[in-house]
Design a protein around this ligand. Structure first.
Ligand code: ADP
Length: 334
């Protein structure tokens, strides 16, 4: 195979590798996005032309990296992986650009973290497949213009709003990944249970899926934990009761919220009277980075209507009180 993967990323996601789909057809859910990308890939293959640049955005764990790895594999082209956070200066990205083969994919994860200097250096590379390299200093300074092979940039970000407009505009396709339905996650859990050789009943798979915050990565993590629990505490078979017991033990409740989610909601209620309160204040109170709350915690809670974002800050809803079993404060008497 022509496939090579070069990566400057710490292998933090290594755990995911064995369960990551290898081809587009193995991916579950995201049908609208999937079909548009499939058409682009198919056309690129038929015309034997490089695919246009693609921007993927959405909360962590929803399949951005997976799309970026299955697309080049299905196209039979090489893939290079870089992380925006690790590309501090233009010189850091030059090797990726000059190594890129014709039609190959360069995946930049966390592309919103590219410094402006690198972003601007990328513009002519993306548009005209050329770069200007500055050599020397002072009176000896000169720039050489270098032509690149036609590559495809796939960028991933948790929030498109973090990307500058000129950067955003240079992607031919922009796709937003949304949370998965319980049915889709149940299918992912079933398939991965087979890969991990664990015997899961239908209701067991559904329970794990229902407690996975709409996120395949979490479904995989929860499945692995339930499997350990089943091996240690029972005969290895996973049904609904066993899945509940295992996930309860991790503090994952029947809606899939974890202790951090509940701490966030309880803080808004007990410290800030239910809100509205700014995210920085909440982050400060629970000793977390605001970005963690914005990227990892809030998107799912917003989706579930357990928190509302307004110009004056975050506030909880009746559903939040119901879920946590907390009595809402009496409305002030007229
Ligand atoms: P992101 O890059 O958006 O943070 P990943 O692509 O790394 O998310 O997805 C995390 C894991 O979730 C993958 O390793 C894979 O096992 C699983 N996964 C993601 N999307 C899908 C999908 N559509 N179908 C099946 N599994 C998926």
């Amino acid at each position: 195979s022509r496939e090579t993967i070069l990566s400057n990323k710490p292998e933090a996601k290594d755990d995911d590798q064995s369960l990551r789909p290898q081809h587009m057809r193995e991916m579950v859910g995201q049908r609208a996005v999937f079909e548009r990308l499939e058409i682009a890939v198919d056309a690129s293959r038929k015309r034997n032309e490089p695919l246009g640049h693609i921007l993927l955005d959405g909360p962590p764990g929803l399949g951005k990296t997976t799309f970026a790895t299955v697309i080049p594999r299905d196209l039979g082209v090489s893939l290079q992986i870089a992380s925006g956070a690790a590309l501090a200066a233009p010189k850091d990205i030059i090797p990726y650009l000059t190594n890129a083969e014709e039609g190959s994919v360069l995946f930049i994860d966390e592309i919103h973290r590219l410094p402006k200097s690198v972003e601007e250096f990328l513009y002519p590379a993306m548009e005209d497949f050329r770069i200007d390299i500055a050599l020397g200093e002072g009176v000896n300074a000169r720039t050489i213009n270098m032509t690149l092979r036609h590559f495809t940039l796939i960028g991933a970000t948790t929030r498109t709003g973090l990307l500058s407009a000129p950067m955003r505009d240079r992607f031919q396709m922009r796709e937003h990944l949304d949370f998965y339905s319980v049915e889709e996650l149940t299918e992912i859990v079933r398939r991965n249970a087979r890969k991990l050789n664990v015997d899961v009943t239908d209701d067991g798979a559904e329970e794990i899926a229902g407690r996975s915050r709409g996120t395949p990565r979490l479904a995989n993590n929860r499945l692995r934990w339930v499997r350990d629990y089943a091996t240690s505490k029972a005969d290895g078979r996973v049904n609904r009761d066993l899945a509940c017991a295992a996930l309860d033990m991790q503090g994952i409740d029947n809606q899939g919220l974890d202790p951090q989610d509940r701490r966030y909601l309880e803080t808004i209620i007990s410290i800030y009277g239910g809100g509205p309160v700014g995210v920085e204040a909440i982050a400060h109170t629970i000793n977390t980075a605001p970005d963690t709350l914005i990227d990892d915690v809030e998107p799912y809670l917003l989706r579930r209507g357990l928190v509302i974002r307004s110009p004056r800050g975050r506030r909880v809803t009746q559903a939040t009180y119901d879920h946590l079993g907390i009595q809402p404060p009496e409305p002030p008497s007229p």
